[in-house]
Design a protein around this ligand. Sequence first.
Ligand code: THU
Length: 314
Amino acid sequence: MNIIIDENSHVSRKIQGFLLTAAERCVTDEGIDPSLVEISLTIVSEGDIRELNRLYRDTDRVTDVLSFPQYDDLTEIDNDEVIALGDVVICDAVAHKQAREYGHSYEREFVYLFVHSVLHLLGYDHMTEEDKRGMRAEEEKVMEYIGLTRGFTLAYDGSESAVDDDSGDAGVNDEYEEGGKSWYSEQDGDVYSELMRRAEAVSQKAYAPYSGFHVGAALLCSDGSIYTGVNVENASYGAALCAERSAVASAVSDGNRKFNAIAVFSPDGNAIPCGICRQVLLEFGSDIDVVLKDDDGSLRVTEISRLLPEGFAL
Ligand code: THU
C-alpha cells in the first residue's frame, strides 16, 4: 500500500501509521491485494475545499472531506498491476473543529474522515439507508481494528454532519491555522499526559525570582526515558536558562540525544518554547512533538518543525 501524501500536506508519522493500517484493512476487506494499491491524500484549507466542492460537486460550501474515485466499477481492476484508487482531500481545519465538537481527538477525526473517503473510493456510498448502514458498519469495523474507537460510536450516533462528505459548514477555525501551525489535540491517558504531569511537577522547582514565571519541561527520549528541566534565572537577566534547554542539557549529559517529545508547562501563564529553545530542539530532530496544556486542561501537540520552519542548519 502506498499513500501518496501531497508534499505541502503535513501529516504526523503517528497519523500516517493509522492511515496505512486503516486503508490496508479497507482494501483487504474488498478482496484487493493492498500491496498493489495507491491512494493520494491532500490536505487543504477551508477556502480550497470549498472551491473544489464548487468545481466538482457544484456545491459552494466548505466540507470536511472529498473523494475522487478512479474506478466506477471495481470489477475493472486488474489484480496484477498498480491500482491507483483515487484521491482523498481533507480539510484539517474542519477536522479540528469537528473533533472538538464531538469531544474526541483530532487524529481520530482525521483518520475517520480518511477511512470514510477510502470506502467511497472502493465504491461504498450512503445514498440509501441500506447503503449507509453498510458503509457505517465497515467504518466502525476498520476504526475498531486500528484501535481508534474510544467514544467513537457514541460521538457519531445521529451526527450526520461528520460522516457526510457534503455536509460542510462555512464556519472558520482560524485558531488552528494561524501562522501555518497545525496543532492537534491529544487524548488524556496516553504517554503525553504522563509527560505533561512530569513537566507540571518539576515546574515547582523552577528558579525564577526575577520574572516570577515558573516553567517545567519534560523531555521524552526514544528509549522511553524522561528528563526534566526548569528555568534557571540570574541577576544578569540575559543569563537565564529556559526549562526546555535545561531538560535537553540533562538528557544530552546522560548520553541521550534521541527525543520524541517535550511537554512544557507553567503555573503562571502560557508557556510555549521561545525562539532559542525551538532552535535547540530542532538540532535534535524536526519531528519532535511539542506538547502544551490549554486552559481547559486539554493537551495540544505539534511538531517542532511547525513551530520553527526554516530553522538554521549548517
Ligand atoms: N521560559 C522558559 O523557561 N521556557 C519558555 O518556554 C518560555 C520562557 C522562562 C525564561 C525566563 O526564566 C522566564 O520564563 C520568563 O521569560
